[in-house]
Design a protein around this ligand. Sequence first.
Ligand code: OSB
Ligand code: MG
Length: 363
Amino acid sequence: MKLSYHHLIIPMKSPFITSFGSSSNKDVLVFQANEGNITAFSESVTNENPFYGPEDNYTALYMIKSYLADKIRDLPLPEEFNERARQIKGNNMAKAAMEMLLYDFHAKKEGASLVKYFKKEIRGYANAGVSLGIDDPNITLKKIDDAIQRGYKRLKVKIKKGYDLELLSKIRDTFPEIPLSVDANSDYTKNDFQTIKSMDRYELEYIEQPLYHDDLYYHAQLAKLIETPLCLDESITSPELAQNAIDMGACSIINIKPGRVGGLDSSLKIAEIARNNNAHCWVGGMLETGIGRAFNISLASLNQVDFPGDTSPNDRYFEHDIVNKTFSMENGTIKPMDGPGIGVKIDPGTVKKFTVGEGVIFE
Ligand code: OSB
Ligand code: MG
């Protein structure tokens, strides 16, 4: 088996701004496994800095080269890899990049699409919502209008301290009825509870990750104080924490990102936990290339994922994505590829154009 990677910097159509920073390029690691006539792919959702979560591209590559790659050398089933990787704490995005490579490989080996390979109840399409970065409020209003025209089923706007209530009141003045949510990417603290409470009047579907990334306790306190449901993103890094968070009332909705939770096996378990506990879940996004996007859309096509996710077609982000096939949206839904595996592969010419580093980890 040959394991190799490309480090790419891909220009994005427009910068994406969150409470923690701005990105105008997608700085990403794409992995490739070759064995016989099968080529499998995965993407690490780390980027150039540790501002969303604790890892970045360099820590991920270091962990993969030093500890994780060796555990996939014999191409074990994903569950077996997760068992082997358990002794390594954290570094979920690095682990996920290896685990998802194995998912794509084994689905391809069975000749099955990734969705079929999950062996879960299939809805067959992802319900698409959109995540709008921080911008001038008038531009955000235009983007919302545009997203509604395109058919998105849920609108989410990024907020941060001081860029919240006025924005929401403008949005609700113009669009009183749209399914709207907000994502603070952990910008608020317990001193901001009253500000967050005053969001109740905007009838949001939920508030995503208002407080610190590794906090559950204050989220549970906040949930008691407000009417609006809480959704957690950054804080949920494992199925165990998903169960803890629901049990203590810290959230009733979970944004599942396979990278953040260490892979697809954990993602499936979290979706199951949500269903068994009267909670809800949806699949988030990390501005992935067509490789990571294909995994997300497959996951979001399962029945257990009951809320619309942050799942857009490739052309929302990139003029030129690195894949041979792109997704399109119809009536606010996106269908996964037919497979085998994730059903897309890298386009070598485009990859070459955006490659800033590459390497063979083993052969
Ligand atoms: O919090 O969901 C988030 C992008 C980068 C880091 C964190 C987040 C996001 C998004 C983008 O919201 C969603 C997408 O991929 O469209
Ligand atoms: Mg989020």
